[in-house]
Design a protein around this ligand. Structure first.
Ligand code: KG4
Ligand code: ZN
Length: 338
């Protein structure tokens, strides 16, 4: 089965072709980061307009590059939520219209399910069940992934998401938006000079809280008479050490709680080198295996949506070509919605 995947939930237009026999045939992406960076965050109306501008040319280009004709597509998977409603509607209406025109099924996909399953795009893929650490701009969750569509949230953030904390700290240090990757690069040059809190490290079960950490960075920044490059590097270093320590410690706790020996890390913050390094180090000592998607599949992309669509094609009963999206959609309610 050949699945066309369409991602348009936020500021990335992602398109991919996934074949259930051959795997990923190709993918392409247009990022709107430059468009929104001037405003310091995503402007929903601009995001929708940009998706409209790029979505069809990207599909055309991918089909051409993969030497595939549009009528060989067997089904169309698209992100139906959560995300920005206007942006989601662009992907949804195109996917539904195309599915109608080609007379093939459409498969609405939960964006976070896409992230969760992204490590399955790799050759060495995890098998169900496994633990997932989902760390993105909007989410920080530890999830018991029992089977496709069966997700139990074991831990969640009580306030800011990990990516949000990276972005807010990056902003305090004068890095652009979204600054997660830039902050991480800066941290690589830093050394131990400052100590920042590790919120909820030993309390609140598997839940997280990162807003206090951001406030601690703000206090530290205000205390400096001059924010030199070296100080910035050392603050970035301290921040990254704190946040990755908490993410790793809670992940190991969740592995012990579930009895699983496999953890999948996904979402934009999953691209963080230090997080990867620490998890790999502990996986050797504590005897578990850690799976990461390729860096390009950590952040939003069409490949994870095409894959999720392929894996849940047999579950999806929707074939009514209706334009309906779910801007707010809990992963635990995935089966009851469409
Ligand atoms: O998964 P994603 O592309 O979008 C959401 O669904 O949220 O994640 C984006 C988030 C942003 O907060 C970004 O700053 C963060 O992932 N991010 C990183 C890194 N690369 C992206 N955070 C830390 N280190 C990185 N290398
Ligand atoms: Zn995402």
């Amino acid at each position: 089965m050949l699945v066309l995947g369409i991602e348009s939930s936020c500021d990335e237009t992602g398109i991919a072709l996934y074949d259930t026999e051959k795997g990923l045939l190709g993918h392409t992406l247009h990022s709107q980061i430059e468009l929104h960076s001037f405003y310091g965050g995503v402007v929903p109306e601009l995001a929708s307009r940009d998706h409209i501008k790029y979505i069809i040319p990207l599909i055309d280009q991918l089909l051409k590059d993969s030497s595939i004709t549009i009528d060989s597509i067997d089904s169309i998977a698209y992100t139906a939520g959560p995300g920005l409603s206007g942006a989601l509607l662009v992907g949804c209406s195109l996917a539904e219209a195309l599915a109608y025109a080609l007379n093939v099924p459409s498969i609405p996909v939960h964006h976070l399910e896409g992230h969760l399953l992204a490590p399955m795009l790799e050759e060495d893929k995890p098998s169900f069940p496994f633990l997932a650490l989902l760390v993105s701009g909007g989410h920080t969750q530890l999830i018991d992934v029992k089977e496709i569509g069966q997700y139990e949230i074991l831990g969640d953030t009580l306030d800011d998401a990990a990516g949000e904390a990276f972005d807010k700290t990056a902003k305090l240090l004068g890095l652009g938006y979204p600054g997660g990757a830039a902050l991480s690069e800066l941290a690589e040059k830093g050394i131990t000079e400052f100590e920042l809190p590790r919120p909820l490290l030993n309390t609140h079960g598997l839940n997280f809280s990162f807003s206090g950490l951001k406030t601690a960075v703000l206090t530290l920044v205000k205390k400096q008479t001059k924010l030199t490059n070296t100080i910035k590097e050392n603050i970035a270093f301290a921040f990254q050490e704190s946040i990755t320590d908490v993410l790793v410690k809670k992940s190991i706790k969740a592995l012990k709680q579930t009895g699983y020996n496999k953890i999948v890390v996904s979402g934009g913050v999953g691209a963080n080198k230090r997080l990867r390094e620490k998890l790999r180090f502990h996986s050797k000592n504590e005897n578990f295996k850690v799976y990461f998607p390729k860096l390009e599949f950590c952040t939003d992309n069409g490949a994870m949506i095409a894959l999720a669509g392929a894996l849940r094609a047999h579950l999806s009963s929707k074939n009514n070509y209706k334009f309906s999206v779910q801007p707010r959609w809990k992963l635990s309610e995935i089966e009851s919605t469409f």
